[in-house]
Ligand binder design. Structure first.
Ligand SMILES: [Zn+2]
Length: 278
């Protein structure tokens, strides 16, 4: 599943090809995604120019003259920039043409989304899908001790396990399943610990770990940037070398204790029972 680092790298990959360009055509091949693709797009978008491309959580926000395209990659989505002359592939769902280039959303399982937020409806931050998201891990609001404070304040009185608290993204966005296990290991926090019991020093280590792990994943994905044009490649997950994730029974890279796997909220969590005390 594309996580924040994959979406960030997608943004970096497509932006140089699209910024300042105008949409010449929109082709909805199959609009039955997580929510139906608005039927108005093929008539409303041509002629509109791309002003900015930003990311909020796992949403890409493509700012056009009259509004924003919100694109989510769901479980299996990818966005590629290809020459319009390249034949469509099975599972290509929506294409946006910019003269000779085509931005294509490929999504086998159709959990992705392409939505439209007109500027007449107010600032994009007020969109219902974005309103409840936690802070961005690389924003000034989450920098240094501010990040620790946010984790500390938002977790008070929460009995939910810290792993699920992080994964929910209401405190800080972007810490998906793999990055949750890795961040908690880095911060030496047991994944089952109640979020409300986190101490200030633990929140401080966790905020630091979240920034570090996500930064590393984005850097690893940077090498796949060239694949956003003229490629069938799937960048997949960027974190090639995990310390705990998917390493059940293998020795901890710090203390050699076998890594444990547990299930929390139907998702696997990996941790070192010796390095990560409750
Ligand atoms: Zn260990």
């Amino acid at each position: 599943m594309p996580e924040l680092p994959e979406v960030e790298v997608t943004k970096l990959g497509i932006a140089p090809h699209l910024l300042g360009q105008s949409i010449s055509a929109v082709n909805v091949i199959d609009g039955r995604l997580r929510w139906p693709v608005p039927k108005s797009l093929p008539t409303a978008l041509p002629g509109q120019k791309v002003h900015t491309i930003e990311r909020r959580g796992k949403y890409l926000l493509i700012e056009l003259d009259a509004g924003y395209l919100l694109v989510h990659l769901g479980m299996t989505g990818t966005l590629r920039v290809l020459p319009c002359s390249d034949p469509l592939k099975l599972h290509d769902r929506v294409t946006f043409e910019f003269g000779k280039l085509s931005l294509r959303l490929h999504d086998p399982r159709k959990f992705g989304a392409v939505l439209w937020h007109p500027k007449s409806k107010g600032p994009i931050e007020k969109n219902l899908l974005l309103q409840k998201l936690g802070v961005e891990p690389f924003s000034p609001e989450f920098a240094g001790e501010l990040g620790a404070e946010i984790l500390y304040q938002t977790s008070r009185k929460r009995s939910v396990a810290v792993k699920q608290f992080l994964l929910a993204g209401q405190s800080v966005v972007g810490v998906g399943n793999i990055y949750c296990s890795e961040s908690l290991f880095e911060a030496k926090i047991h994944p089952s610990k109640a979020a409300g019991k986190l101490t200030r020093p633990q929140c401080s280590r966790l905020a630091e770990a979240v920034r570090l792990i996500l930064k590393k994943a984005i850097a690893a994905g940077g090498s796949s940037l060239k694949d956003f044009v003229n490629s069938d490649g799937d960048p997949g997950h960027f974190m090639v070398q995990t310390k705990v994730y998917d390493r059940k029974d293998q020795p901890c890279k710090v203390c050699k204790t076998p890594i444990k796997q547990i299930v929390q909220g139907q998702r696997s969590t990996y941790f070192c029972p010796s390095c990560q005390k409750r």
